[in-house]
Ligand binder design. Structure first.
Ligand SMILES: Nc1ncnc2c1ncn2[C@@H]1O[C@H](COP(=O)(O)OP(=O)(O)OP(=O)(O)O)[C@@H](O)[C@H]1O
Length: 262
């Protein structure tokens, strides 16, 4: 493949160390480089604290990098994002409930996205468009009149997705987007993401600590450890013949967890 939608090259992110008199900085991400091709799902895996979310936040523009260059659709990604870039790169977070405004009905949540980005808002009355946006993620029309607290975790995550998709993004960054869901609901949302990739020709950067989930969804896998990328390959390569000791340890740990669950 030679059609990168997103490139990240030499990303470095540091944070101030709390209470440090010498203004020391902690290096959260160091020299991270990756690409996401058009219509590709790339997973970033690694244990807690390895820097996955920090990379995701840089891509979406929520976190400034100390160094590194990112491009999107062939053009440099500026630290200060244009509305068009904010629309084209959408993020879906781990906790579906806390990422939705509890005081807004679902229909208003989707509608608000269009108010913020009128360039992709449907013409005319929105009610039908809202029902269609909900149907795209497998939700019934009556969900439009409910509040997030009246929905299950899986339904809330579908609403987050509907809001993101309403903006016709080119890239969706999923940060542990199915981690908070029950296993059966997880599988449904994963199936939906895989389907949307095909129907919407979406690209995804899929952040997860769960190798089982990653195996189901990713075309390629990037493995992070202590802020650095230690291995990268197709999902088949990484899962069947991991090259790095750390990846092997992650896979062994995942297998042990599986065994405990059976
Ligand atoms: N705003 C911040 N201020 C200070 N340190 C931070 C900040 N955000 C992240 N860090 C630190 O940077 C490191 C990487 O964090 P990050 O959240 O990117 O890891 P992660 O791999 O996504 O972990 P998890 O799976 O637990 O979310 C961690 O040590 C974290 O404590």
């Amino acid at each position: 493949m030679t059609n990168p939608l997103l490139t990240v090259d030499g990303l470095r992110v540091t944070f101030p160390v709390r209470g440090s008199l010498r203004r020391n900085r902690f290096v959260a991400v160091e020299g991270a480089s990756l690409t996401v091709e058009e219509n590709e799902i790339v997973a970033v895996v690694g244990e807690s604290g390895s820097g996955k979310t920090t990379v995701a936040r840089c891509v979406v523009g929520l976190q400034r990098a100390d160094a590194g260059v990112m491009t999107f659709g062939g053009s440099p990604l500026p630290a200060r994002r244009t509305p068009e870039l904010r629309r084209a790169i959408q993020m879906v977070f781990q906790d579906p409930r806390s990422s939705l405004n509890p005081r807004m009905q679902v229909g208003a949540i989707v509608d608000e996205a269009w108010c913020m980005h009128p360039s992709v808002a449907p013409p005319g009355p929105r009610a039908d468009a809202i029902v269609a946006a909900l149907a795209d993620v497998g939700l019934e029309p009556d969900v439009a009149d409910r509040y997030p607290a009246q929905l299950s975790g899986g339904q809330c995550q579908r609403v987050s997705l509907a809001r993101a998709l309403a903006l016709e993004p080119r890239l969706i960054v999923c940060d542990e987007a199915v981690s908070a869901l029950d296993v059966s609901v997880q599988a449904q949302v994963l199936r939906l993401l895989i389907e949307l990739r095909t129907t919407r020709r979406l690209s995804m950067l899929f952040i997860s600590h769960d190798l089982g989930v990653v195996h189901q969804i990713a075309d390629r896998v990037v493995v992070m450890r202590a802020g650095r990328i230690v291995e990268e390959g197709t999902a088949d390569e990484v899962f069947s013949a991991p090259g790095h000791e750390y990846t092997k340890a992650l896979l062994d740990a995942a297998l042990e967890l599986n065994d405990l669950g059976t």
